[in-house]
Design a protein around this ligand. Structure first.
Ligand SMILES: [Zn+2]
Length: 306
C-alpha cells in the first residue's frame, strides 16, 4: 500500500533525526550498503553529500537509510553512481509516492471548494435544460432545412444572412468597366450581395453543449462530491493522476460552459428568431416562439430595476 513520504524542508530537519549522520563510508570502503530511500529534498543552500568519498555539495538529493540502520543525505546523481539500480528503483518509488501525495493535496483542496462549485453548476444545468428546450422548439418551428442551415452556418462562422440581387444599370456599368466585360456579352447580368441580417449567438450551435456542460462538467463533479475522502485515498496512483489532471482542467471547462450558455442566450432572442425568415423560415410558424421570447424579454426588462 501507499506509504506517506515525510517532507524534508531544511538541513536542520535532517540533523534532528536520531539516526542521521552527515558523512558515512560505504562499500567497498566499508561493509555498509545502501538501504532504501526515505524522502527527496531540495534546499536553498548546498549541503555536502553524505557519502564519505564524495562530499560533493548539492541542492537537491535524497535522504536514505543504510544496511546498518543509519541515515544520510546524498545527491541525486551520486545515488545512481554509487548504488546503481537498487537506488534508481527506490528513487522512482518515492518520487511516484510524492507525486501522488501532491495530487491528493490538490484534490482535497478542490473538494473543499465543492459546495460553492455545485451551486454554480446547478445554475448551469438549469440554463442548459432551458436552452435545450428552446433548441427543440426552434427545430419544430423552422423545420429541418432551416435548422440544418443554422448548424452549417455555425460550423463556418457564417452569421451574415444575405441575398443576391441584380445590379442597377449604373452599378453594372462600373462592374463591366473593371471586369473586362460588356453589357452585350452573352454572360448573365451581374448581381450583388445585399445583407439582410446578422445572426447572434451562432456559437451555441457549433458546440456539443451536452458534452460541455453535462458530460464533462456537471455529472463528474456531482459524482466526485458523493465520493468519500477514503475512497479517493485508496485509488490507484494512475486514477489519482487522472483525477488531478481533470481537476486542473475544470476552470477552463467552466469558462467554456459559461461561454456556450451566453451564446445560447444571445441566439434565443425574439429579434434573432424573427430574422430567420431570411433563411426561409415560415413567419407564421416562428411567430409563437417570437412572441413568448418577447414576453420573457419584457418581464426581464421590468425586473431590472430591483
Ligand atoms: Zn555524492
Amino acid at each position: 500500500m501507499h506509504q506517506e513520504v515525510i517532507s524534508v524542508d531544511s538541513y536542520e530537519d535532517l540533523l534532528r533525526r536520531p539516526a542521521f549522520e552527515g558523512s558515512l563510508a560505504f562499500h567497498p570502503k566499508a561493509p555498509r550498503q545502501f538501504g532504501s530511500v526515505i524522502a527527496p529534498y531540495t534546499f536553498l543552500e548546498r549541503i555536502p553529500c553524505g557519502i564519505e568519498s564524495c562530499h560533493t555539495p548539492h541542492l537537491s538529493g535524497y535522504l536514505i537509510t543504510t544496511s546498518d540502520g543509519l541515515e544520510t543525505a546524498i545527491g541525486s546523481l551520486c545515488g545512481r553512481k554509487y548504488f546503481g539500480v537498487s537506488f534508481q528503483k527506490e528513487r522512482k518509488r518515492v518520487d511516484a509516492e510524492v507525486a501522488r501525495q501532491k495530487r491528493l493535496e490538490s484534490i482535497k483542496l478542490f473538494l473543499n471548494g465543492l459546495p460553492a462549485l455545485l451551486n454554480s453548476l446547478e445554475a448551469f444545468e438549469r440554463d442548459y435544460r432551458h436552452l435545450q428546450e428552446q433548441r427543440e422548439r426552434l427545430h419544430g418551428a423552422v423545420g429541418r432545412e432551416v435548422y440544418q442551415d443554422i448548424r452549417e452556418r455555425a460550423k463556418r462562422d457564417n452569421a451574415i444572412m444575405q441575398e443576391y440581387v441584380r445590379m442597377s444599370v449604373s452599378e453594372a456599368e462600373a462592374f463591366f468597366e473593371t471586369n473586362n466585360r460588356t453589357r452585350s456579352d452573352s454572360k448573365e447580368w451581374p448581381t450583388k450581395a445585399v445583407i439582410l441580417g446578422t445572426l447572434r449567438g451562432l456559437d451555441f450551435f457549433k458546440a456539443d453543449v451536452k458534452a460541455l456542460i453535462l458530460t464533462t462538467l456537471v455529472i463528474p463533479v456531482r459524482e466526485l462530491s458523493m465520493s468519500r475522502l477514503s475512497d479517493i485515498e485508496s485509488m490507484s496512483s494512475r486514477q489519482v493522476a487522472a483525477l488531478a489532471k481533470w481537476i486542473g482542467e475544470v476552470p477552463q471547462k467552466l469558462i467554456e460552459a459559461r461561454a456556450v450558455i451566453e451564446a445560447g442566450r444571445r441566439f434565443f432572442t425574439s429579434e434573432n428568431i424573427l430574422s430567420l425568415v431570411h433563411l426561409g423560415a415560415d413567419r407564421r410558424c416562428i411567430l409563437p416562439m417570437v412572441e413568448s421570447l418577447r414576453d420573457t424579454e419584457r418581464r426581464e426588462m421590468i425586473r431590472i430595476p430591483d
